[in-house]
Design a protein. Structure first.
Length: 99
C-alpha cells in the first residue's frame, strides 16, 4: 500500500514541475529547459525555416503549421523513437521459431 502512495506522490510532483523541452537554435540541440507552467507554455515546439531549426516551449494555441508541437518531456528532440526494421524482423523470426 505504501508503494501506491509513493507512486502517486512522484506523479504529482513531476506534473507540478512542468514540461521539459529542448531549447536551442541550430543543429546539435542539447540544451534543456523546464517550461514555466504558470505562463501557459504547455507544449514543446520545433520549427525548421530554411534549414535553421528552432526548438523551444510554446502555448498550444500557437501550434499551427509549419510548427510541430508535442506534449511530453523532451519530445522535440532530433532522435527518432521508432524501432529499426531489422530489430522488428529479428524479433518476429525468434517468435516464429519458438512458438
Amino acid at each position: 500500500m505504501h508503494f501506491y502512495g509513493a507512486l502517486i506522490l512522484f506523479v504529482t510532483v513531476s506534473a507540478a514541475c512542468g514540461l521539459t523541452c529542448y531549447q536551442c537554435v541550430g543543429k546539435g540541440c542539447t540544451d534543456t529547459f523546464t517550461c514555466p507552467a504558470s505562463s501557459g507554455l504547455d507544449r514543446c515546439s520545433s520549427i525548421d525555416v530554411n534549414g535553421i531549426v528552432t526548438k523551444s516551449c510554446m502555448n498550444s494555441a500557437l501550434c499551427v503549421a509549419p510548427i510541430t508541437c508535442c506534449s511530453t518531456d523532451l519530445c522535440n528532440g532530433a532522435t527518432p523513437a521508432a524501432s529499426s526494421i531489422l530489430l522488428l524482423m529479428a524479433s518476429s523470426a525468434i517468435v516464429t521459431l519458438f512458438l
